[in-house]
Structures are given as C-alpha cells and as structure tokens.
Design a protein around this ligand. Structure first.
Ligand code: SF4
Length: 231
C-alpha cells in the first residue's frame, strides 16, 4: 500500500493502520488505556497483524475494572501487552513530600503526579518508536477538534502520531464494539465515558460532557494529562 500522508485522511482506520505497520514495522505501537476507542483499535490491529505492538501505561492507580479488562483482552486475543511503570524511587519521593492524594491539592501537583506516573513512562515507551497509534477522536474534546489521522507529534520528538478514529463518532465506536463483540471496560455501563486513574475519574451525569468526569475539580481548561499536548 502506498499513499502519502495527506491521502490517508480519507482512508478507513484499518487502511491507516495497515499503512503504519507496513511503513514502520516494529517501530510503531498502539498506546492503549483501554477506553472504548482503544479496544476498537486493538480488535482491528490484531486482525491486521496479531504481533503488532500494543503498550499501556500502568500508573498504579487504575480502577480494578481496567485491570480486569486488560487481562480479558490478553486472553481473548492471545496478545502481549507491554506495560510501562513509573519509576519507583521517584514515586516514593513524591508521595513522601506531597502525600498519597496530591492531585487534589493543586493543578501543579496533579500535573506532577501525571508526569511521574504517565509522561515519564510514556517517554521511555516511545524511545524506540517512529510512530504511535492513539484512539483520539475530534468529537471527544475541544482540545481535539483539529487532530488529523496522521500528524507530526511535536510534543514527542516529532515522530508520527496516528489517530485512525479521528473522524469517528461515539456511535461509530459503540456500533463497532457491539458488532464485533469486543470486550470493554465495565465502568462504561456505569456512566464513565472516559476512564483514567481511579482517583481522577468519576461518572458523568446525563447531558454532561464526556470529559466532565476527568479532573472534575479543576477548571474546564484542564482536561488533558499532558500525553496529548496540543491535541
Ligand atoms: Fe496521578 Fe490522577 Fe494523573 Fe493518574 S490521572 S497520574 S492519579 S494525577
């Protein structure tokens, strides 16, 4: 398959991921936090190439439902999930200085926690990558309306960021999950549209924005943890 990056905008998620795997081989990986979009991408990716790389950031603060789902996915698809962890000594130092629930104290401390538990491990995960695949959609948040299916990721050494579901709606996502019997996080059935760490995620009320349950105690502008800066 050969088409240029601009041409990929009109391609299906599977075509975009096929192109990525053919182009980057084991230097491309899917970053998964096992949300609804991520499980769709895992199902598609494994069907294209069962050995495609999938990694996750285990912050140590994930909900039990997410760990249950990760094992379910490992077993169903018989795949390895590369898990990256925070540096133990750094976590020990941060907790000693700021406490176990530092994220509720200030935006700065919440960002420090996200840096130690997510961004630093992501930096390690991306060391041997030329491209990464994410489940971002334009409709998810005001910070994501401009994303392209394939774009340069200036926040991460200008490697390629691939968003195969950029133009999908939430209905597209759930139609795919149901049609293909893809396992999904049990919290989605308890009004959690967007799921991150347990202390920083809550259920949303009817009519609330899908990202309203993330870091809800902060101002509306603080709805990204730093993994997808500018996106
Ligand atoms: Fe820490 Fe919350 Fe960020 Fe998870 S989402 S890394 S618990 S601040």
């Amino acid at each position: 398959m050969s088409f240029n990056i601009e041409g990929l905008e009109s391609k299906s998620p599977q075509e975009v991921m096929k192109w990525a795997l053919e182009t980057f081989k084991d230097r491309v990986a899917l970053a998964s936090s096992f949300g609804a979009e991520d499980v769709v991408l895992i199902d598609m990716l494994v069907k294209i190439s069962p050995s495609a790389r999938i990694f996750t950031l285990d912050t140590g603060r994930l909900p039990q439902e997410t760990y249950d789902l990760m094992d379910k996915i490992r077993e169903k698809y018989k795949i390895n999930i590369e898990a990256y962890y925070p540096d133990t000594r750094t976590v020990e130092g941060v907790v000693k200085e700021h406490g176990f629930n530092l994220f509720y104290k200030s935006v700065q401390l919440r960002q420090l926690c996200c840096k130690v538990r997510k961004i630093d491990p992501l930096t390690r995960a991306m060391k041997d990558l030329d491209a990464w695949i994410c489940g971002l959609r334009r409709q998810q948040a005001v910070t994501r309306t401009e994303i392209k299916k394939v774009e340069i990721d200036a926040a991460h050494n200008s490697i390629l960021k691939i968003n195969p579901l950029a133009d999908w709606t939430e209905t597209d996502v759930w139609d795919y999950i149901k049609k293909n019997k893809v396992p999904f996080n049990a919290l989605h059935d308890k009004n959690y549209p967007s799921i991150g760490c347990a202390p920083c995620t809550r259920a949303v009320k009817p009519g609330e924005d899908v990202r309203a349950g993330r870091w809800w105690w902060e101002t509306p502008e603080q709805k990204e943890c730093g993994l997808h800066k500018g996106g």
